[in-house]
Design a protein around this ligand. Structure first.
Ligand code: ZN
Length: 306
């Protein structure tokens, strides 16, 4: 078993979830950095977050919010930085990549990975008690024209892409972009399972996981996460089958554990990995596994980060 690669754990700290039930859900840059440090200390090597208004928590893609978080994370950890591209209403390509490109020229602040969702999907919540959808018109749009435009920008500026797929069809779409030369042949595949309240992706079952794995090209790495659902069982299967895991309060509240913070969730996955006889990857190992450049040397004065 020890010949297997160590498990990469990605912390997904806030997404578009609200902290009505758990004050650890971070909004402000300081809160997001606090969760990053907790996650890093617990074994996460990749950090994913969404820019939020510090007071209301509403989605906010201001470049300054991202800069403050990246600077804070770089100062205190060696994690891989993996911010969102933005939100459902932001279909303008320039809006979705602005914060990524704003830091791209700075070797210290530039992001390590940028996620691309390889398709559109209906994202209305389902109310299982009332047997009704909460809304009937919410669509997360990613046309293939938009995908092509984003991939062209990232290729031009040498931004490494993680390939986020909500179903097997999106993996097939991504593989077409690989054939087109717009997506590298070696990419990190992120499989998005979804819980009962969000029947937009695959259900978190072992057969669903096997369907995703069947589409992964040789020697590519893959990671399983669950949006609006509990990832723990999928995590166990992913660890057993040689994959990696994404977890965080942004994806699911995990209230069955009380009010955990992101570090506590990461720690549960890390302990699960050890119990299943796999090590947990350090950020340096994660960069090596994913063929990404090593962490840039930080300047001695943090002021030089600006
Ligand atoms: Zn996200």
């Amino acid at each position: 078993m020890k010949s297997e690669l160590p498990v990469i754990i990605e912390c997904r700290c806030n997404e578009i979830a609200y902290r009505s039930d758990n004050s650890a859900l971070p909004y402000s840059p300081k809160e997001i950095v606090r969760e990053a440090v907790r996650a890093w200390e617990a074994g996460a090597s990749i950090f994913h977050w969404h820019g939020r208004d510090s007071k209301t928590g509403k989605p906010c893609n201001d470049v300054e919010l991202y800069l403050e978080v990246i600077q804070g994370i770089r100062e205190q950890t060696d994690m891989l930085i993996h911010p969102t591209l933005g939100y459902i209403t932001q279909n303008q390509i320039e809006d979705r990549v602005r914060h990524i490109l704003a830091v791209n020229d700075n070797p210290v602040l530039r992001v390590d990975l940028a996620p691309v969702d390889f398709g559109s999907l209906n994202v209305d919540f389902w109310n299982p008690q009332e047997k009704q959808f909460v809304t009937y018109d919410q669509v997360y749009v990613n046309t293939r024209a938009n995908l092509m435009a984003v991939l062209e920008v990232f290729q031009k500026y040498d931004v490494h892409v993680s390939s986020v797929c909500w179903d097997v069809g999106q993996m097939r779409t991504a593989r077409c972009f690989q054939e087109m030369g717009l997506l590298p042949k070696n990419t990190l595949w992120e499989f998005v399972f979804t819980g009962e309240v969000m029947p937009a992706g695959a259900a978190p079952t072992i057969s669903g996981l096997q369907a995703f794995i069947a589409e992964v090209p040789n020697d590519n790495q893959w990671l399983a996460l669950c949006w609006n659902g509990d990832v723990m069982r999928v995590a166990a299967w992913a660890i057993t089958l040689g994959g990696h895991v994404g977890i965080g309060l942004g994806d699911y509240h995990y209230s069955r554990f009380g009010k955990p913070h992101n570090g506590e969730l990461v720690e549960m996955v890390a302990k699960m990995a050890y119990a299943l006889d796999r090590e947990v990857a350090t950020p340096a190992q994660t960069r090596e596994i994913l063929n990404l450049p090593q962490q840039p040397q930080l300047p001695t004065q943090s002021a030089a980060l600006v």
